[in-house]
Design a protein around this ligand. Sequence first.
Ligand SMILES: [Zn+2]
Length: 206
Amino acid sequence: MHYKLTDEIIKISESSIWNSAKNEWNFEYAYQSEDLQTCLCGHYPIKNICVIENTINKNTTEVGNCCVNKFLGIKDGNKIFVSIKRLKMDPEKSMSPEVLDYLFRKKVITDFENKFYSDTISKRKMSSKQMEIRKRINKKLINFTSYDANASLSRINLVLNWGESNEAFDKTFINSLKKSCERNGKLSNKQSKALENIIKKWGIED
Ligand SMILES: [Zn+2]
């Protein structure tokens, strides 16, 4: 097999053999881009993007959802994009249980929200109060998979990865930014400024 995508992935993997290199990668995030992007395979335009992470060297990269499926056999992104599409058409519907679990694992939703949602996931008739809660949780998925959230999260992860090898650096504040970004789908202007100041002050490079 000789495709551009496999070559690109091998370059940033530990193994130089595709069949083992591909197993080094895990699904991290999915998001919908606002501007059209080019996939690692060269395909343009793509909008549904998956961020994957190498479990050995911690490299991350972005791949179009189609390629994640086809080459890496990672299906998480697909389920997320199907739910996003459904909820954008009708915010009173439910996301799939796998997507709910994804939000819970990423700490985007609380224990209560997770339990409430799974208990009512297939309910069509709900009280208006219940429906408000479902819609609020649905909004969290939309926010979390937005372009803004992803742009901020990748800046935050840049600092956190750098912080791994700099023990003098206190990660408390950055971790609180991450939490807030995951909950709100974006950082406030003030938070973004603070984050960029840290990157500048410590000379953290991409
Ligand atoms: Zn592709």
